[in-house]
Design a protein. Structure first.
Length: 117
């Protein structure tokens, strides 16, 4: 494969990946943040959406921007929520009876100094 063929191949793959990403459904976290004097920020609204496509997220951004037109004071942050499912497998050590501690003192070996004779 020549370099030009490889570049064309990579561009085709990139186009396919772009199309698949447009169809991917994700959950998004939407935050409406207001800048306050003194450098602080306050969250006015925060919500997590249902599963939707990135095009719907862009539409949601546009609708929030219509509600909050002041771009210098109001920030609209829409970010993906990662749904990760993690499995943790734990293998406990297996012991046999020879490695276990005795449950209590052996009554035959117990020497009580206060026992009555």
């Amino acid at each position: 494969m020549k370099a030009t063929q490889a570049l064309e191949h990579n561009q085709n793959i990139d186009a396919q990946i772009y199309e698949l990403r447009k169809k991917k459904v994700l959950r998004y976290r939407v935050r409406i943040v207001e800048r306050i004097k003194g450098g602080r920020r306050e969250i006015l609204e925060e919500l997590t959406t249902d599963y939707m496509t990135p095009d719907n997220a862009k539409t949601m951004y546009a609708s929030y921007r219509v509600q909050y037109p002041d771009t210098t004071r109001i920030l609209i942050v829409i970010e993906e929520v990662e749904d990760t499912k993690r499995q943790v497998q734990v293998r406990l050590p297996v012991r046999d009876d020879s490695e276990r501690d005795p449950i209590g003192p052996d009554p035959d070996k117990f020497d009580d100094p206060f026992a009555q004779v």
